[in-house]
Design a protein. Structure first.
Length: 126
């Protein structure tokens, strides 16, 4: 995106998602780029529209949570998957890690599953 002075402006959303399904397995990398409320062709997620919609619903609260009292999370294990999301979201720097190590983390993963490459444990392959 270029402004009238010819300077390239940052994208509204420019995120890189690195997904590892288990320790020692290959890392899968995806990208979500959006401008003007629409994912661009630079996006490499299997369903960038669904990923962008999940961000519109949950991104602000998941990426930039408001401090509050400690959360009580169920002690359950959802799997070894880890996703690291870095980049920019609406002008703010993002660096978040997602896992499935307890009930709270599983809920975060499910909220952004389309952004994390599909359903929990998925490489995003159709």
């Amino acid at each position: 995106m270029t402004d009238p002075a010819g300077v390239t402006a940052p994208h509204d959303v420019d995120l890189t998602i690195r997904l590892t399904e288990a320790p020692g397995t290959p890392e899968h990398t995806f990208r979500l780029v959006a401008d003007g409320g629409v994912p661009t062709a630079a996006s490499t997620l299997p369903d960038s529209v669904a990923a962008f919609e999940a961000l519109r619903q949950h991104g602000e609260g998941i990426f930039f949570p408001v401090p509050g009292p400690p959360k009580l999370c169920t002690q359950q294990y959802g799997g070894p998957q880890v996703a690291v999301v870095t980049g920019r979201y609406l002008g703010r720097e993002v660096h978040c890690e997602f896992s499935r190590t307890d009930g709270c983390e599983i809920a975060r993963w499910r909220a952004l599953a389309p952004l994390l490459g599909g359903t929990a444990g998925s490489t995003g392959a159709s």
